[in-house]
Design a protein around this ligand. Sequence first.
Ligand code: IPD
Length: 262
Amino acid sequence: MDAAALADLALDIAREAGALAWQRREEGVAIAATKSAIADIVTEADREVEALIRARLAAERPDDGFLGEESGAERGTSDITWVVDPIDGTVNYAYGMPHYAVSIAAVSGEPTPPTWTALAGVVHNPAVGETFHAVRGGGAWRDEQRLTVSQVGAAGGLVATGFGYDPKHHEGDLARVAAVMPLVRDLRRAGAASLDLAYVAAGRLDGYFERGLHPWDHAAGALLVTEAGGLVTGAPDVFPGREMTVAAGPDLLHRIVAAIGL
Ligand code: IPD
């Protein structure tokens, strides 16, 4: 199966999974558990949606590996691993804010960054009915529209960030916000890393930075950015793992990287 066919499969499954997430949200959502911190939550819907995605992938691609936020990792016998966040932006989801997404990526090679190569990625927001996808070498798309990152020069831009859950990093997070603030028109903390990256790919955001993302947060979104002509620190083939992720067009990326002292 080539990268485009992997993307088609991911698109089908992400839409089905998104419909389930949306339906469960309509029925009312309860926080099922708090994980590493008060903001690190899981709902029954996260678990149910991941189970659906995992079952669909196992039926279609039984030899592939799987790495999911809620149900963990399983090595496959093929070269492909599926990296899945069933509901990215769980806090938004739990509070009824329509800014969350199903994120599914197919990667080849060792199933941990920095050694993998992302082949296909889908970020689907069922609450607004928007689907972003990328195929390695085949571009990044929002529905039928091809995406290109913005090219901001010296005049700043709209940049998003996020805050990981571990409070010991919050001081550093705020120091980075203070360092980047003078470079940009404005900052956003929208609460779903996969959508932050998709929005950089779409030119809705000029850039994004966050410390401590997990593979399922960025696997699909980083491919969207690079296929839209942007850079992600370390990408296209090497990802920096759990430390800093910076995504933008080249000019802004280098200015953010310099400001935060990467
Ligand atoms: C989180 C969101 C958030 C980001 C966190 C992620 P989750 O994912 O993407 O925007 O700041 O770092 O963990 O927990 O909602 O799947």
